[in-house]
Design a protein around this ligand. Structure first.
Ligand SMILES: Cc1cc2nc3c(=O)[nH]c(=O)nc-3n(C[C@H](O)[C@H](O)[C@H](O)COP(=O)(O)OP(=O)(O)OC[C@H]3O[C@@H](n4cnc5c(N)ncnc54)[C@H](O)[C@@H]3O)c2cc1C
Ligand code: SF4
Ligand code: SF4
Length: 490
C-alpha cells in the first residue's frame, strides 16, 4: 500500500530526507523543485515504512487505503507524475537535509545578533535556519507589526484549510527556543527605524512579504465594488488593516480577474456552504456576509488559454469538489505548443485533462457554480444601475458581464519599508542572493531579505524554507568574512 501526498502539501520537503528509499520528488536540489506544484511519492518504489508521515507539518501524507473519496484523485496524480518525468529510482539526486545530524553550536562559537522583520513563513524559516547552524550561536529578535504571527499563513490561507494552517505550530516552536525574542505590534520603519535596528544587530533580515494587490491598470479600476482579491482574503481572515471593508454580495454574480490559486480560493469561499467556515479563522462579519450573500456564480476570467492556467492542479481539484466548476468546451480546443520540459509537459497535460473532465454546464442545488473562462481579457469596468459591467474581449469579440463585485487577482506587490531600498517596477526589495542592494547596485552590509518581498509572490509556504536558507548562507558568509559591524550596546 504506497503512501500518497495530497492537496495540502506545501513543498517544505521535510518528508524527503526521512525516506529510506528516496522516493519523494522533486527534491529541493533537483531543478524541477522550483516549479513543482507539490511533491510526489513514487508508488513503485515506496516501501510503506511510514517515516514520512510524522515529518509532514501539514498532514499531507496518507496511505492509499486511508484516502477519502475527495482525496482519491491524488493517488493517480502521484503515480502519473513519475510516469511523465521518470521513476524515482532513476533519479540521481538523493537529497539529504544539510541540517540532519548537526549538533548545537559549541559554547565558544561566535555569537551573531540578528533582527528578523516579519513573522510569516519566510521569517520563521530564517529563524529556524539560524538555529540549526553549527558555526554560529544566534540571538534573534523577531519584529512583527501585527499583534499575531503567521503572516499570510494566518491571514491568507483559506480559513477552512486547517491542516495547512497547522504549519504555524512548527513556526511557534522555533520562536519559543532560547535565544529568540518576539516583539509583536512593532512596525519597523515607523515604531523603530531601520537605522536603529541595524545599529543594534549584526544583521537585519527583512521578511515583510506581500499584502496588497498589483494595480489593475484598467478604466474603472477605482470604482466602488472593484476590490483586490488579496484585500477580500485579508478581510474574511480578519487582518486588522481590512476590518470593515465594504464587500458587495447582493448581486448574483462576482467576476474574478486572473486565474491563480488566490482566484480559485476566493471563488471557493464565495460559493461554498458558509457553515464550512464557522469556527475557523473567518471573522463573524465575513461569515454573516456570506450567510446573507446572493452570489450564485463566480466567473473567473483569464487572458490566455488553459495551457497557461496559473492555478495548480491540487487547487482545481479542491475547488471542483466544493462546487460545480464549468468550462466552455470551445476554450479547451487549442492547447498551443507542447513545452520541452517533462515536468511542464506533465502539468499542462494534467490541467487540460482535469478541465476536460469538468461538465460543460452544471450548478449546485441552489444554483451556485464557478465558471472558468479562458482567452477572455477585461477591457474596462463601468457602473450602471447599482451593478458593475465588465467589458471583455472574448477571443477577439467584445462582450459584457454584469456583476456586483469585481475581484482583480493579478498578483501581489512586496511590502516596502521606510529606509530600505525598494524596486517599484518589480514590487520587491532589490537583492542579490538575499543581500539587499543599495541605489548604486552594491550590497548594503548587514541588510538581507527573504520570502515574497525578495523574489515576488511565487511558490507555496515551504518554498520559503529554501529561499531563507540561501539568505542565511549569505549572511553567515558575510559574518565570517568580517563584513558585519558589531552591534552597539542597547
Ligand atoms: C490568499 C493566499 C492563500 C495562500 N494559500 C496557500 C496555501 O494554501 N498553501 C501554501 O503552501 N501557500 C499558500 N499561500 C502562499 C503563502 O502564504 C506564502 O508563500 C507565504 O506566506 C509567504 O511568506 P512571507 O513570509 O514571504 O510573507 P508573509 O506571510 O506576508 O509575512 C510577512 C510578515 O511581515 C509582517 N510585516 C510587514 N511589514 C512589516 C514591518 N514594517 N514591520 C514588522 N513586520 C512587518 C507582516 O505583517 C507579515 O506577518 C497563499 C498565499 C495567499 C496570498
Ligand atoms: S512511506 Fe516510507 S518509503 Fe514510502 S514515501 Fe514515506 S518514507 Fe518513503
Ligand atoms: S508538506 Fe512538506 S513534508 Fe508534507 S508532503 Fe509536502 S513536502 Fe512533504
Amino acid at each position: 500500500m504506497p503512501h500518497v501526498i495530497v492537496q495540502n502539501c506545501c513543498n517544505d520537503a521535510s518528508c524527503v530526507p526521512e525516506c529510506p528509499v528516496d522516493c519523494i520528488h522533486p527534491t529541493p536540489d533537483e531543478p524541477d523543485y522550483a516549479t513543482a506544484e507539490m511533491l510526489y511519492i513514487d508508488p513503485d518504489v515506496c516501501i510503506d515504512c511510514g517515516a514520512c508521515i510524522d515529518a509532514c507539518p501539514v498532514s499531507a501524507i496518507t496511505t492509499d487505503y486511508e484516502l477519502t473519496t475527495e482525496m482519491a484523485p491524488f493517488e493517480s496524480m502521484n503515480a502519473e507524475y513519475y510516469e511523465a518525468v521518470g521513476s524515482a529510482a532513476d533519479r540521481d539526486h538523493p537529497f539529504t537535509d544539510p541540517r540532519i545530524g548537526r549538533k548545537r553550536p559549541s559554547s565558544d562559537a561566535e555569537t551573531l545578533s540578528v533582527a528578523v522583520v516579519g513573522a510569516g513563513a519566510a521569517g520563521h524559516y530564517v529563524v529556524s535556519e539560524l538555529q540549526h547552524r553549527i558555526d554560529v550561536r544566534a540571538t534573534i529578535d523577531v519584529y512583527e507589526r501585527l499583534p499575531e504571527t503567521g503572516g499570510l499563513v494566518r491571514f491568507g490561507v483559506a480559513p477552512d484549510h486547517a491542516d495547512t494552517k497547522k504549519v504555524q505550530e512548527q513556526f511557534a516552536k522555533s520562536r519559543t527556543q532560547s535565544g529568540v525574542t518576539t516583539h509583536l505590534g512593532v512596525r519597523i520603519g515607523e515604531d523603530v527605524t531601520h537605522e536603529d535596528l541595524a545599529r543594534s544587530h549584526h544583521a537585519v533580515v527583512y521578511a515583510v512579504g506581500s499584502l496588497h494587490g498589483r494595480d489593475l491598470g484598467l478604466p474603472g479600476a477605482d470604482l466602488p465594488g472593484v476590490t483586490a482579491a488579496a484585500d477580500f482574503v485579508a478581510w474574511y481572515n480578519g487582518h486588522p488593516d481590512f476590518a470593515g471593508l465594504s464587500v458587495a454580495l447582493a448581486h448574483e454574480r462576482v467576476v474574478v480577474l486572473g486565474n491563480g490559486n488566490v482566484a480559485l480560493d476566493v471563488a471557493r469561499v464565495l460559493t461554498a456552504d458558509p457553515e464550512t467556515f464557522a469556527g475557523t479563522d473567518m471573522t463573524e462579519e465575513a461569515l454573516a456576509a456570506l450567510r446573507d450573500s446572493q452570489v450564485r456564480e463566480v466567473v473567473i476570467l483569464a487572458r490566455r488559454g488553459p495551457e497557461h492556467a496559473a492555478f495548480t492542479a491540487p487547487e482545481l481539484v479542491g475547488l471542483a469538489r466544493t462546487v460545480p466548476v464549468v468550462v466552455e468546451p470551445g476554450d479547451l480546443e487549442d492547447a498551443g505548443d507542447e513545452p520541452a520540459d517533462a515536468q511542464a509537459r506533465y502539468y499542462r497535460a494534467q490541467k487540460l485533462s482535469l478541465l476536460r473532465a469538468l461538465p460543460a454546464a452544471d450548478s449546485g442545488p441552489d444554483g451556485r457554480r464557478v465558471v472558468l473562462r479562458f482567452g477572455t481579457a477585461p477591457t474596462a469596468i463601468t457602473a450602471a444601475d447599482g451593478a458593475l459591467i465588465v467589458a471583455v474581449d472574448d477571443h477577439g469579440a467584445p462582450s459584457e458581464l454584469e456583476c456586483g463585485l469585481v475581484l482583480p487577482s493579478i498578483g501581489l506587490r512586496g511590502t516596502s519599508v521606510p529606509g530600505v531600498p525598494y524596486d517599484e517596477a518589480t514590487g520587491t526589495i532589490p537583492n542579490a542572493d538575499g543581500r539587499v542592494l543599495g541605489p548604486d547596485g552594491a550590497a548594503l552590509a548587514g541588510v538581507y531579505v527573504a520570502g515574497w518581498c525578495k523574489r515576488g509572490p511565487t511558490g507555496v509556504i515551504g518554498t520559503n524554507r529554501f529561499d531563507a536558507r540561501g539568505t542565511v548562507d549569505a549572511l553567515i558568509a558575510d559574518f565570517h568574512a568580517g563584513v558585519l559591524s558589531a552591534p552597539e550596546a542597547r
